[in-house]
Design a protein around this ligand. Structure first.
Ligand code: SF4
Length: 461
């Protein structure tokens, strides 16, 4: 006999315990276990008025944001609906069944206002990182760094090319990202002499292109991760270009050292981080082993001798060519001593005109020049250190470990759905990247450290 659904949805009283309806192995239980917001109230105290109507509790908004970033709910409006309807989300936010959920407009005011001004998102990120360290998930021996391009919330049609003059109008009536951009120009004392394509919606975004696709506006998210468990130890937004990404890595290494007294023994990165200046900074200033491919343009492919065919003599400060002649940087005496350092931070070593003119190997060395020149970077010793490391087994292991940071970016875009920003401006990008990295660290702790008897439920891995 086909049964009929019994019961009514309109009883007068319910005996309902929210806690008992959340499975013990739910992902949010793990996240809740490792999330500590006890410092938040004190940190934000100066940004709230001591009189007037009580605001929505900052802990509630932060908990809702954590849900949004952990579960890939990108829209604030949808986040409020989900928290309203989902029992687990209500439990995590400390809301009862009858408690009302804040309106989505409240998020905007707080995110762009007091949360940003007070650095609340960095405080949150650092408190989660501290917990990761306490739980032994950060070893501090090896770090990896990389950057990933995330689309900005700026239409490609709303742009100005390099030679167009832009009238931004009254700065006080401009949008937040434009005001921020103009303020940054003022701080840098940079008149707007630009050659780049600029978004009229989010001028700080970079005009960039993915291989094979049309150009778009974007920011880079830069990660510095510990290689033990892939915990993100720092995150930084930057423009989409190699120089800015390398600068971001330096900033992160310095910040982690200053705040957490963590300085890795080795840094793993791709060729973008293999410039002479970066290697010099790592080896000479920070004493960090660069497990990074050397960016080397000295290899010749036309069959003539490359720089590696010339032997360097440190004591004599000279190269020896395959014909056993010397290349020196100080052949010509000058009345006033010169540093001989070029704009590219290198010193040029030259063979003697006389030696090269009669050399039988000239066709294999410098067929189109009178004499052979070699530019030696000021950081060549650091480059040599990186070249030696590149031949070790430890380096090969580092190459495999570098995939951990790439997997975090894949996770960020595919699972957390952060392939496009919702907030505009550089600080908007920074806020979103901080929250996403916080969510990734929380999820990792919950998955690695909570009891593994049953698979953690909640969302995809
Ligand atoms: S051409 Fe000059 S630099 Fe080159 S091998 Fe001959 S002598 Fe040496």
């Amino acid at each position: 006999m086909m049964g009929e659904q019994a019961g009514s949805q309109e009883p007068l009283f319910y005996g309902f315990n929210l806690e008992s309806h959340i499975p013990q192995n739910h992902l949010l239980r793990g996240i809740d276990h490792f999330l500590d917001l006890s410092d938040l109230r004190h940190h934000l105290a100066d940004h709230y008025s001591s009189t007037g109507r009580p605001s929505i509790a900052p802990e509630l908004m932060i908990r809702m944001l954590v849900i949004g970033y952990c579960f890939g709910i990108r829209s604030e409006r949808r986040l409020c609906e989900e928290v309203h309807l989902n029992l687990a989300y209500r439990w995590f936010c400390r809301l009862g069944l009858d408690d009302s959920v804040p309106d989505h407009s409240t998020f905007s005011k707080n995110r762009h206002g007091r949360f940003r001004e007070s650095g609340a998102f960095r405080l949150l990120f650092e408190s989660v990182l501290r917990r990761c360290m306490t739980e032994g998930m950060v070893r501090g021996e090896g770090f990896a760094t990389d950057a990933s391009v995330i689309k900005a919330d700026a239409q490609r049609q709303r742009r100005a090319t390099g030679d167009e003059t832009i009238d931004w109008g009254n700065p006080d009536q401009a949008s937040r990202p434009v005001r921020e951009y103009l303020a940054a120009l003022e701080v840098e004392n940079d008149s707007e002499t630009r050659s780049r394509t600029l978004s009229l919606t989010d001028p700080a975004a970079s005009w960039t292109s993915a291989p094979g696709g049309p150009a778009f506006f974007a920011y880079s998210t830069n990660y510095l991760i510990d290689l033990k468990a892939g915990i993100i130890v720092d995150v930084e937004a930057s423009a989409v270009n190699k120089a800015a990404e390398v600068d971001a890595t330096r900033t992160m290494i310095d910040r982690v050292e200053n705040k957490f007294d963590l300085l890795p023994e080795r840094l793993v990165g791709d060729t973008n981080y293999g410039s002479a200046a970066m290697l010099g900074w790592l080896v000479d200033e920070k004493q960090i082993e660069p497990h990074v491919p050397v960016l080397d343009k000295s290899v010749r492919t036309d069959g003539t001798f490359s720089r590696s065919d010339f032997a360097w003599d440190e004591d004599a400060n000279e190269y020896r060519c395959p014909a056993d002649k010397v290349l020196r940087c100080d052949r010509r005496p000058f009345k006033n001593p010169r540093t001989r350092i070029t704009k590219a931070d290198s010193i040029v070593y030259r063979a003697s005109l006389h030696d090269c003119a009669v050399c039988p190997m000239k066709a294999d060395c410098c067929p189109n020049e009178l004499t052979r020149k070699i530019a030696r970077s000021l950081h060549e010793n650091a480059r040599d250190v990186a070249r030696r490391i590149a031949e070790t087994d430890a380096y090969r292991q580092s190459r495999r470990e570098r995939k951990k940071v790439e997997m975090l970016f894949a996770h960020l875009k595919r699972i957390l759905k952060l392939d496009k920003l919702r907030l505009r401006g550089f600080s908007g990008a920074q806020d979103e990247f901080l929250l996403a990295a916080t969510a990734q660290n929380l999820r990792r702790m919950a998955k690695w450290l909570m009891p593994k008897a049953e698979k953690v439920c909640g969302m995809p891995a």
